[in-house]
Design a protein around this ligand. Sequence first.
Ligand SMILES: [Zn+2]
Ligand SMILES: [Zn+2]
Length: 382
Amino acid sequence: MYILIEKFGLIPGWLLGALIVFLRYSMFAGITFSIFYVLKRQAFQGLKIQEKFPRASHMLSEARHSAVTAFVFALMGVGIYLLRRAGYTHLYSDISAYGWGYLLFSFVFLVLLHDTYFYWVHRLMHHRKLFRLLHRVHHLSHNPTPWASLSFHPLEAFLEIAIVPVAVLLMPFHPLVLFAFATWALFWNIIGHLGYELFPKGFVHHPVWRWLNTSTHHNMHHSRSHCNYGLYFNFWDTLMGTNHRAYRATFDHIKERRNLNMKMMLSLLLLLSLPLWATAQQNKDYGTPEERATRMTERMEQALPLNPGQVTKVHAINLKYARRIQEEAIDTEMNKLSAYFRIQKINQIKEKELLPLFDEKQKRNYESLKSEAKRQAMARFF
Ligand SMILES: [Zn+2]
Ligand SMILES: [Zn+2]
């Protein structure tokens, strides 16, 4: 924000800041929404907290409210800028002034402060005299999706983060910490409104993890209202006895249906981190389609194993689809995320041709070869 305003002036800096906040929200919400509600909806079905899916018009209105929130959040940035210019804040730009230890401490402190602040302001907003004015908009979502993450009344949006400008008046913060905090807050908001429970079985009973709130926790706040007020941590809900009585049982119930194993968690992490590489160069040295197909056939020949008659057929199929991947995903200027999905799609079509050639044992070996290849692809990424 600081740079934007210095460069473009107060109002354009504010508008640009709002745009950035909104784009960041759209990116986070858009990616998680595409994965969980569109592309992999079937695969994650068992982890859905409420079985119904909300209407598109509803999500559109959540996105509209979130756009307004972006303007309010950016306005807070302008406020902090003005306070800083007038010399009231303790913002500092040289990390060595307080050291890395303090940088880390100030981040943790801000998160804990915001968690406490949010719990009490949130409870206050549920008071019947304040609820209609401030908090009703957010509770229009009974079955939230990631699009609800910033769906607030403008006044609530203001209250949500009003503690931040106060904090910078009282103690030293590096702008990097404020940026990290904003990202952290958005991340947890997305988790809270995801609609799917991704944390593993036993999470809510673990001596340490139980203190972290889950998607189920905030989802139940939306479906039931007078419970589960906390934001990041469960300290205040536990202390004040405001956790819903069935919170942990509901979590367990979802995990009985389906538990996300480590492999799926890793794939998910990979999917979520793909946009980071989205603009990076993508056609690294994987060789020509001919080289890739030959490598693939050789591996299959050993692992399945293939008989000489099969080798020719399998190689023809491998080559055909390696060329198709080259043309449709590698040679195009497509970003990495789209290319990833395109390649997946092509591989699915290829499998339909490949599998009928194999007997049962070969099919099983093919599956393990495939998961091994996936694991290696993932390792390459990291
Ligand atoms: Zn609420
Ligand atoms: Zn909410």
